[in-house]
Structures are given as structure tokens and as C-alpha cells.
Write a protein that binds this ligand. Structure first.
Ligand code: 5GP
Length: 164
């Protein structure tokens, strides 16, 4: 998406360790107009498909997942990075190693919010080593008959991004 590439070139900062800082518009402060345009781009990829849920992982994927869910007319569900008092004990889980935090965490989705037979679109902000996406795919594969698709905004192997 050219608009996103332009924005990264303008506002992105490359940090040591191959981390691209996009805090000013994507994963700390969020530009709603850009997120909306990214969500429209994602929806165009799946035009005419029936999608029941958008699935992401906290926290950076949530904004985009909500925008996408809004446009698709379906709920957005996010995997939580750890147990909390307000999540039921009946959960799907997978281990995910964090590229930015360098720790492995158990990510959880309550069984209340994903059901067999649902068609799920998995979204995340970055694709680095694919750990987060693999965790979500594992959760989805455990229960779903059909996974509709997987989308990440920033694939670090993308040729266009390598030139930044
Ligand atoms: P992966 O699981 O694919 O190795 O890494 C993806 C996750 O790590 C994403 O959820 C994203 O939040 C974070 N991440 C990976 N690379 C970067 C990066 O260069 N910059 C930022 N801000 N986050 C990243």
C-alpha cells in the first residue's frame, strides 16, 4: 500500500536490532484515517467472502482489527497475552515469542468468542519472524473448519520496505 510506504518513509524510525519504530502513527499513537484506509485495503482483498470474525493479538493489532471488523460488519477478537480475572478459564492458547520484547508468552482467546465453523480473518501489524501469526493460526486451526486469510501490514521481507 503506497500510502503506508510513504508514511513509513516520512515518520518511521529504524532502531537498533532491526526494529522499525512506527509509534507516531501505528502502534502507540494511531492515525485513524490511515488505519481506516488500511482496513479498506484489507477488505478489498476479501471482497465477496463471508467473514465471521477478525482475529488479532494485543496490543498493536487491535486498532486495525476494529476498523476492519467495522467495515466487514463483524466482531474483532484479540488474543490476550496472559490470564486476567475477566477472562474465563476455558481458553484456546498458544505460545508466542515476542520479537520486540524477547520473551515467550502464552496467548489466550476465550472459547466464548471463536466457534467451530466460523470463517476468521487473522490480522497483525507486523510480520517479523511470523511468531505472532503462527500463534494465532494455531489457535484458529484448533477450532475452525476454515481459515479465510491472513493479513499483515508490514512484512519486513517486503522489497519496498527494504529500500527505506
Ligand atoms: P513476529 O511474531 O512476526 O516475529 O513479530 C510480529 C510482532 O512483533 C508484531 O505483533 C509487532 O507488534 C512486533 N514487531 C515485529 N517487528 C517490529 C518492528 O520492527 N517494529 C515494531 N514496532 N514492532 C514490531
Amino acid at each position: 500500500m503506497q500510502q503506508l510506504i510513504d508514511r513509513i518513509q516520512r515518520d518511521g524510525v529504524i532502531k537498533p536490532g532491526g526494529v522499525l519504530k512506527v509509534d507516531s502513527f501505528l502502534n502507540h499513537q494511531i492515525d485513524p484515517a490511515l488505519s481506516y484506509d488500511m482496513a479498506k485495503e484489507i477488505c478489498a482483498l476479501y471482497e465477496g467472502e463471508k467473514i465471521d470474525k477478525v482475529l488479532t493479538i494485543e496490543a498493536s493489532g487491535i486498532g486495525l482489527a476494529v476498523m476492519t471488523g467495522y467495515l466487514l460488519g463483524c466482531p474483532a477478537v484479540f488474543a490476550k497475552k496472559g490470564m486476567s480475572a475477566n477472562i474465563s478459564n476455558d481458553v484456546y492458547s498458544a505460545e508466542v515469542y515476542s520479537f520486540t520484547k524477547k520473551v515467550t508468552k502464552q496467548v489466550l482467546v476465550s472459547k466464548e468468542y471463536l466457534h467451530a465453523g466460523e470463517r476468521v480473518l487473522i490480522i497483525d501489524d507486523f510480520l517479523a519472524k511470523g511468531e505472532a501469526l503462527n500463534g494465532l493460526i494455531k489457535i484458529a486451526a484448533e477450532i475452525l473448519q476454515q481459515r479465510t486469510g491472513v493479513v499483515t501490514n508490514l512484512d519486513k521481507e517486503d522489497e519496498a520496505l527494504k529500500t527505506i
